[in-house]
Design a protein around this ligand. Structure first.
Ligand code: PLP
Length: 398
C-alpha cells in the first residue's frame, strides 16, 4: 500500500500518492466559497470565472441551496426509486415549468455522461437503429458510448482502445462544425440520433448558428431520427434562457442537463418528448442514486433561485457587458458563445494568459482551442466582478 505522505508534503496541485493521476490541477486548494469568490487556507481570495467547471450556477454555497440540502439530509438522507418522494415530484413539476413545452418526461441520473447514455438508449429504442451523428468539437462524457460519439478525435481514440468501443465508433458519423448541408447528407434512415451541443463547451464556447440547429431539426424530422441537445454545460440558464433550445427556438426530442442543475450535488437529467418516452416501461432503464432526495432538494432550491432571481436574464445582460468590454482589449480577436458561456479568442496562446490571471487571483477555463479562454462563471456574478475580470485581463494582455 502507498503511504500517505501528508497533504503538507505535496506540492500544491500535485495528486495524493494513492490517487490515480488523471486530472490536471490548478495549484489552489479552496477551503471556502461564496457566490463568485473562493478563498484558500491562507485567506487568499480568487474570483471564480470558471465556476467549478460550470457547476456553481447560483454561486458557491447559495444559502437556500445549502439550507435545503441540510434539511433534506436531516429528514431523509436517501431512499431509492423504489418509492415515490414528494421532493422528487416537486423537481419533476419545476422542470416541466422551466423547460421547453413538449419535453415533459424526465429521467433523473447522476451525471452528464449518464444523461447522454440515456438519450442514446432512448433513441435506439424509439427508432430501432443504432447509428449516431455527432458534431465536430462536441463533447458528451467519458463513458464508452459517450466517448465514441465525441466530436473531438482524441476522446474517440480513448474509445478505440477496446473492442466494444471500436464497435461503437463504427456506428458514429462526425459532421463538420456548423455545416448544415453536410448534416442533411449524413442524416438518413440508418440514423438513430443526432447529438449536438448548441453551444460547445470544451471546444471553446463555440455557438452553433440557429440555421444549423434548424437544419438538424429538419433532417431528423425527414429521417425519423431523434434530435438530442446536450445542454450539460450550456443549459440551466447559462445561455440567457433556461435551455439553449429556448434561446435558439429549436425543440429537440431529448435534452440533457447536469453540472449546475443541483447547485453542486451530482445530478443529471434527460428531458424527453412524449413520442420518445411512450414505448418505455417499468424496468427498461434504472439507477440507484438518480433522483435521490438530497440532490432533488438541492435542485429544487437551486432552480427556484434561478427562476426567482431571474438569473437567465442576468446571464444575457452580463454577456453584453462582458462582450462590449472584452472586444476592446488588446490581443482579443473576438468573443464567441452565448450568455455566460463565453470563449475569448486571443491572438496568442491562452495558457500563459490563464496562468497570469491565476497569479492575480482570477480563475478562468481553457479549451480544446489553445487560443481560447473559457468563461463559465456563476450566474450571480456581479457587474463589479465582471468589470474586475476585464480590468485584470487588460493588465495581463498589455
Ligand atoms: C457538454 C457536456 N456533456 C457531457 C459532459 C459529461 O458530464 P459528466 O462529467 O457529468 O459526466 C460534459 C462534461 O464536461 C459536458 O461539458
Amino acid at each position: 500500500m502507498l503511504k500517505d505522505t501528508g497533504h503538507k508534503a505535496r506540492a500544491a496541485g500535485s495528486p495524493h500518492p494513492n490517487e490515480l493521476p488523471v486530472f490536471g490541477r490548478l495549484p489552489l486548494e479552496p477551503v471556502r466559497g461564496r457566490a463568485s469568490e473562493l478563498w484558500d487556507a491562507a485567506g487568499r481570495r480568487f474570483l471564480d470565472m470558471y465556476g467549478g467547471h460550470a457547476v456553481a450556477l447560483t454561486g458557491h454555497c447559495h444559502p437556500e441551496v445549502v439550507a435545503a440540502i441540510c434539511a433534506q439530509a436531516d429528514a431523509l438522507l436517501f431512499y431509492s426509486n423504489a418509492v415515490p418522494l414528494v421532493v422528487r415530484d416537486r423537481l419533476f413539476t419545476l422542470l416541466a415549468e422551466l423547460a421547453p413545452r413538449g419535453l415533459d418526461r424526465v429521467f433523473l441520473v447522476n451525471s452528464g455522461a449518464e444523461a447522454n447514455e440515456a438519450a442514446r438508449s432512448l433513441a435506439r429504442r424509439t427508432t430501432g437503429r443504432a447509428r449516431v451523428v455527432t458534431v465536430e468539437g462536441g463533447f458528451h462524457g467519458r463513458s464508452l458510448a459517450t466517448l465514441a460519439v465525441s466530436g473531438i478525435a482524441h476522446y474517440r481514440e480513448l474509445a478505440a482502445t477496446s473492442e466494444a468501443g471500436r464497435a461503437l465508433l463504427g456506428m458514429t458519423a462526425v459532421c463538420p462544425f456548423d455545416d448544415a448541408a453536410a448534416l442533411s447528407r449524413l442524416v438518413d434512415d440508418t440514423i438513430a440520433a443526432v447529438i449536438v451541443e448548441p453551444v460547445q463547451g470544451l471546444a471553446g464556447a463555440r455557438d452553433c448558428s440557429p440555421a444549423f440547429l434548424r437544419a438538424a431539426r429538419r433532417a431528423c424530422d425527414l429521417a425519423g431520427a431523434v434530435l438530442v441537445f446536450d445542454e450539460v454545460q450550456c443549459g440551466c440558464g447559462r445561455t440567457g434562457a433556461f435551455t439553449a433550445a429556448q434561446a435558439y427556438g429549436v425543440l429537440p426530442d431529448v435534452l440533457t442537463l447536469a453540472k449546475g442543475i443541483a447547485g453542486g450535488l451530482p445530478m443529471g437529467a434527460a428531458l424527453i418528448a412524449e413520442h420518445v418516452a411512450e414505448g418505455i416501461g417499468s424496468g427498461d432503464m434504472g439507477t440507484t442514486f438518480g433522483g435521490g432526495p438530497v440532490p432533488c432538494a438541492a435542485a429544487v432550491a437551486n432552480l427556484e433561485v434561478l427562476r426567482d432571481e431571474g438569473l437567465a436574464d442576468r446571464a444575457g445582460a452580463l454577456e453584453r457587458r462582458l462582450r462590449d468590454a472584452l472586444v476592446t482589449l488588446p490581443g482579443v480577436i473576438r468573443v464567441q458563445g452565448r450568455g455566460l458561456l463565453l470563449g475569448v479568442v486571443l491572438d496568442r496562446p491562452a495558457k500563459p494568459v490563464q496562468q497570469a490571471l491565476f497569479e492575480r487571483g482570477v480563475l478562468v477555463g481553457s479549451a480544446e482551442d489553445p487560443r481560447v479562454l473559457r468563461l463559465l462563471p456563476p450566474l450571480v456574478l456581479t457587474e463589479a466582478e465582471a468589470d474586475e475580470f476585464v480590468q485584470v485581463l487588460k493588465e495581463v494582455l498589455s
